[in-house]
Design a protein around this ligand. Structure first.
Ligand code: NAD
Ligand code: TDX
Length: 334
C-alpha cells in the first residue's frame, strides 16, 4: 500500500510513520511536510531507508496532485497546531488548515484515493469544570480560537466533500496528546524541559484548566483502527479517559524529577483559554473495538520525561526559540 502522510515530520505524524514502518512492513510511505519551525526531520532518520521525505506545502496544488495520484491512502496530519501562535498570527492557520486541506481534498476527489482526516476535540469548544458532560460525535461545533476554528472548518470541508463528491474519507477528533518528539512549545514538553534546564514550570491563569490526555501511540493505533475498519464518511472521537488539571500535571512532572511540588510559577493566562476538554470515546470502543494501552498517565509521563532527558540534542535548539517567543507576552503573576 502506498501511503502519503502529510505533516509526517511533526509530533504525531512522525510517531505515526515510525510505528507504521515497524508494524506494517508492506507499506510504502511518503511524507509531505513543509518543514516549518514545528517539524524536526531528524525524527525520521532511523527510517530514512524506508520513507521518502518530500519537502513541500499541502497548499501547492500541482505538487499535491502528483503525490496524491501516486498514493492509495492519504493520512492528513499537517497543520499549524499551536493555539498560542494562532493568537499572535492567525494567517498561517487559515492558509494551512483551511486552504491546505481544501487543496488536498480536491486532489483526493480527482484521484479517488482513500483519505483519513486528523482533527482535534477543540472543535467542540470547552466544558465547565463541574459539567458532567463529555464530547461525543453528536456535540455541536463551537470552536474558540483561530486554531480550533480553522480545524473545525477543515473538518466541515471533509464532510462536504464526502457528501457532495463521494470522497472516501473517515475523520477522527482526538484529545491532547503527549509522548516523545513533541515540540517544546507544548505544555508537557515545555515543563519537562524547563525543569531539566533549571527553569520553573509555568502555569497559565489559575492552573485549574483540564485537558484529557492520551499517549500518542494510543492515538495512532486508533487512527489505524479507523482506517482499517471505520465506516466511510464517519467521525470517531479518540480519547483515553485521561482528564487531569494543569496544576496536577506540573506537580507530577516536578515530583517525578525530584523537585518540590510547588516549584512552579503562575503566568498570564491565554486569551479565551478553553476551560476543559473531555472525550467520550464509546463509539470507537464499542463499534471498532479499540482500547488505549497507556492506562496510567503518571507512568506515561515518567516514560516521556526519560525520553526528553535522554535526547537533549533533539530539543535544545527549538527550546531557545520557543522560550524567546513566550517571553514577548508572558509575565509571572504569582
Ligand atoms: P505539529 O505542529 O507537531 O506538526 C505539524 C507538522 O505539519 C509539522 O511537521 C509541520 O512542518 C507540518 N506542516 C505545517 N504546515 C504545513 C504545510 N502547509 N504543508 C505541509 N506541512 C505542513 O502538530 P501535531 O501536534 O503533530 O498535530 C498533528 C495533527 O494532529 C494536527 O492536524 C493537529 O490539529 C492534530 N491534533 C493534535 C493534537 C495534539 O495534542 N497535539 C490533538 C488532536 C489533534
Ligand atoms: O506553558 C504553558 N502553560 C500552561 O499552563 C503552556 C504551553 C500551556 N499551558 C496550558 C494551556 C492548556 O490549558 O496547558 C494546557 C495545554 O496547552 P497546549 O499544550 O498548548 O495544548 P492545547 O491548547 O490544549 O492544544 C493541544 O491539544 C489539542 C494541541 O496543541 C492542539 O494541537 C490539539 O488540537
Amino acid at each position: 500500500m502506498r501511503i502519503l502522510v502529510t505533516g509526517g515530520a511533526g509530533f504525531i505524524g512522525a510517531n505515526f510513520v515510525l510505528r507504521t514502518v515497524e508494524n506494517r512492513p508492506d507499506a510504502r510511505i511518503r511524507v509531505l511536510d513543509k518543514l516549518t519551525y514545528a517539524a524536526n526531520p531528524t525524527t525520521l532518520d532511523p527510517v530514512a531507508d524506508a520513507v521518502e521525505l518530500v519537502e513541500g506545502d499541502i497548499a501547492d496544488a500541482p505538487l499535491v496532485d502528483r503525490l496524491v495520484g501516486d498514493s492509495d491512502l492519504v493520512v492528513h496530519f499537517a497543520a499549524e497546531s499551536h493555539n498560542d501562535n494562532s493568537l499572535t498570527d492567525p494567517s498561517t492557520f487559515v492558509q494551512t488548515n483551511l486552504v491546505g486541506t481544501y487543496t488536498l481534498l480536491e486532489a483526493i476527489r480527482r484521484h479517488r484515493v482513500r483519505y483519513h482526516h486528523i482533527s482535534t476535540d477543540e472543535v467542540y469548544g470547552d466544558l465547565e469544570l463541574d459539567d458532567p458532560a463529555r464530547f461525543t460525535e453528536q456535540t455541536p461545533y463551537n470552536p474558540s480560537s483561530p486554531y480550533s476554528s480553522t480545524k473545525a472548518g477543515s473538518d466541515l470541508l471533509v464532510r462536504a466533500w464526502v457528501r457532495s463528491f463521494g470522497v472516501a474519507a473517515t475523520l477522527s477528533n482526538c484529545s491532547n496528546n503527549y509522548g516523545p518528539y513533541q515540540h517544546v512549545e507544548k505544555f508537557i514538553p515545555r515543563q519537562i524541559t524547563n525543569v531539566l534546564s533549571g527553569v520553573r514550570p509555568r502555569l497559565y491563569g489559575d492552573g485549574r484548566n483540564v485537558r484529557d490526555w492520551i499517549h500518542v501511540d494510543d492515538h495512532n493505533d486508533a487512527v489505524w483502527t479507523i482506517i482499517d475498519t471505520g465506516r466511510i464518511g464517519e467521525t470517531y472521537l479518540i480519547g483515553a479517559d485521561g482528564e487531569v488539571d494543569n496544576r496536577t500535571v506540573v506537580e507530577t512532572i516536578l515530583e517525578l524529577l525530584g523537585q518540590p511540588r510547588d516549584g512552579f510559577d503562575f503566568v498570564t493566562d491565554r486569551p479565551g483559554h478553553d476551560r476543559r476538554y473531555a472525550i467520550d470515546s464509546t463509539r470507537l470502543r464499542t463499534e471498532l473495538g479499540w482500547r488505549p494501552k497507556y492506562a496510567d498517565f503518571r507512568s506515561g509521563v515518567a516514560e516521556t520525561i526519560d525520553w526528553y532527558r535522554e535526547h537533549p540534542e533533539w530539543w535544545s535548539d527549538a527550546k531557545a526559540s520557543a522560550e524567546a517567543r513566550y517571553a514577548e507576552t508572558e509575565r509571572i503573576i504569582g
